[in-house]
Ligand binder design. Sequence first.
Ligand code: ADP
Ligand code: MG
Length: 593
Amino acid sequence: PPSAEKYEYQAEVSRLMDLIVNSLYSNKEVFLRELISNASDALDKLRFLGVTKPDLLKDAVDLDIRIQTDKDNGIITIIDTGIGMTRQELVDCLGTIAQSGTAKFLKALKDSKDAGGDNNLIGQFGVGFYSAFLVADRVVVSTKSPKSDKQYVWEGEANASSYTIREETDPEKLIPRGTHLTLYLKHDDKGFAHPERIQKLVKNYSQFVSFPIFTWQEKGYTKEVEVDEDPAEANKDNQDQNAEKKKKTKTVVEKYWDWELTNETQPIWLRNPKEVTTEEYNEFYKKTFNEYLDPLASSHFTTEGEVEFRSILYVPAIAPMGKDDLVNPKTKNIRLYVKRVFISDDFDGELFPRYLSFVKGVVDSNDLPLNVSREILQESRIVRIMRKRLVRKAFDMILGISLSENRADYEKFWENFGKYLKLGCLEDRENHKRLAPLLRFFSSQSEDEMISLDEYVENMKPEQKDIYYIATDSVASARNTPFLERLFEKDLEVLYLVDPIDELAVQNLKSYKEKNFVDISKEDLDLGDKNEEEQKVMKEEFGQTCDWIKKRLGDKVASVQISNRLKSSPCVLVSAKFGWSANMERLMKSQTV
Ligand code: ADP
Ligand code: MG
């Protein structure tokens, strides 16, 4: 037989395995969840390919997962009929950390260590394939991809820095397609190979896997069998001369082993929302999106009529890690299914506008073709309707958080995703009406707690026509600007726009409930109290002074004017009505550097 080739793991893999095996012992049983989810992914991939290449599915092998246990020898085998791996894929997938879940785990682990936290992370995170080494000291993966005519065997041991790959030559072990993953359990972990234990774990961890999972279970049926009479009994009977010789029967249990369906395969989104608990929605979310925190909100709905689809949407508890997510979201947040077949999680952009890229969820349509592509999605009228509905539902869900009795919920939301909604004000004119009520700002009358535009409007003076704002870089500098003097005096509330994008958002909205947004740092601020007579007198008295100042400053200012906007400061620099505000100017400068 061809000899096995030896490969070194990528450095991070060794480190991860080390961590898993030596320090993260708190919740070993998650290994099963990880391996089942890999099997399920492999089946998803195959089913998806099968849509365009039906030949792949021709060999009449069912799409399912089977878990075989040998409790005497402490062996568990997880069998799937999915996409399998080629030799190169074995190297790339099982010798390298490229995958999101695992990389994210390492980062979180580091963060938690830096923060002095404990290491109880393994149960919350996907640590992927390597979690096999939590319980096994040897793992053998025998796998056959439809892309290759050969079957390969990957073999690795706990605490080793290398693994081997060889070709499968034993004819008895050849499989048509998929993967057999065998775990040789550590001495102390052999208990996991008990069929009942596995059954319980599958029920616990894999209720949202949409392929059938069978476990190898001992079963029994009862039957009546005739038994020979016990000689002692017979003797006794013989003494009783009248007794007839009776035939005796006995009930026995006949034992045998068979595959037993262990999970429920109906996807959660097909169930009646009335019958699904919040815990179930949260669990589904965490499993599906590899999250470890419960979502902030969820929304499960069905739309009928013109276009039919079902969806569950979620607002995550925290914003994704990484800086450039807002402008260039690289998310895989929406999982698209067509008639329950998973199609892709790469179509978010078609189903949601960029600024809602933080919303996660599943969408299942009966009206799209199975071989749907990005091009088809972009052209499709159905998708346009779906998109509209999804966006509307997302807004309803966010509004729901804002109406929650617990104000902290929305504060949390705003802290994480406020930026996204402000971006929405720039990008989605059509939804201004839905976006505006969701915005929050600090104000001159509420410096610690942000207020909504509705709260602002409610607090407006009877004669007040506009919504006043000042854009600066912090609440402290907003509070100290001389522009506020008169407004303070008149007890008019002023919004403090302290986030760079705030000003752009407000300028795009232009107005809220028919009240215009007015920048109090711009010239000709009209507080509705102009006294023509007084202005005239002032002009006569100070006109020359203005001319003199203008002469001295020359091109540095556009003009020098008398104004009634100040109370105690002698003068202030204002921006031209149609020019950039000082804040914008500062922003633009910082952009070009
Ligand atoms: P992730 O599932 O997050 O990608 P894992 O460490 O769990 O990370 O798995 C790594 C990769 O190994 C998978 O992305 C997949 O390509 C491959 N893989 C693992 N198990 C299987 C399997 N049963 N069948 C086919 N490919 C698999
Ligand atoms: Mg995985």
